[in-house]
Design a protein around this ligand. Sequence first.
Ligand code: PLP
Length: 395
Amino acid sequence: MDAALRRDVAGRLAELRAAGLEKRERPLAGAQAVHVQLGPETEVVNLCANNYLGLANHPVIVAAAHDALDRWGFGMASVRFICGTQEQHLELERRLADLVHAEDAILFPSCFDANGGVFEALFDERDAVISDALNHASIIDGIRLCKARRLRYANRDVGELEQRLIESADARHRLVVTDGVFSMDGYVAPLAAICDVAERHDAIVMVDDSHAVGFTGPGGAGTPAACGVDGRVDIITGTLGKAMGGAAGGYVAASSEVVALLRQRSRPYLFSNSVAPVIVGATLRALDLIAAGDDLRDQLAANAERFRQKMTTEGFSLLPGSHPIVPVMVGDAGEAARLAAAVVARGVYVVAFSYPVVPLGQARIRTQMSAAHTPADIDRAVAAFVAARASVMPG
Ligand SMILES: *Cc1c(COP(=O)(O)O)cnc(C)c1O
């Protein structure tokens, strides 16, 4: 490697480390689940996976993956339009469209790619994209790849959104784009108000429902259904990498015309490999479980409620809501890091988030509940927080 580049990069890494911004990975010694192995001897309750329905290592899903491997093989060795489309890819697209009540859907290697490929294929310099300030990085990058005018409104601020709509009245199409649920807070986007204002100004609405699809709203249809704006959201993106098995993959669900154009024009769809057969087959089974009834969703909601209630009783400060993302607010970054380490030392895996991931002075431990947690897991987690607080913040 070039010596000058190596020196420069080493310097930048040192800066990250000095600023306390270095992310460290903890290798798990086994499968992703509500109990994970952080080494040979240490099993901990996991409170930081996006494994909302507990499907990441669910026996039904693992068996479906084995079956799909035998029937459909391991690799596709192709993009979709050459020889990378199996019958099951089309079935999964149909089923995803049905789940979120859209006309059609198109698979992508990830939701990052879905968001990376949706804007540029549909919009150009005649259009305007109006984006919530806290939208996911993949939305921000996707908007950058497209030539539309870019406008931003403060998180969930519908008044400011309307101002942006007024400012961009001359554009051909105006697209309002928001996360369905904001991942650092667990707050739901005000979709009813957003759809109202968008319709008043003749604008299009897009929702990235990654942190909601499968477990929010009737039948797991997501935040548009939960907010009563079913059919009023024009474009929905989402991931297969969270509640729906957690492996990988993403999708765009929209009108049949929009989906048809994306198949012709969206670059991550055209130029990246098909979703692996094992993932397609196992995700179809995940959709069966999601459709089978409310058991997993009810268990998830009960776990979130139990954790929120007990933590509040113990005097912890939580952000309000009912989402299984439950942020435990600390404030100071160093204190949040020390508290998280003390919770992990007591057998409960959590991670602290601080600036610049969240606003300065709002450091927190973001916990996430799963349907696969037992009440005993939740109680053990609360007890770990209480004991950890006593050890790092005496008095
Ligand atoms: C997780 C997430 C993504 C990325 O999903 P992948 O399928 O892992 O690429 C995109 N958008 C939002 C809102 C997310 O939470």
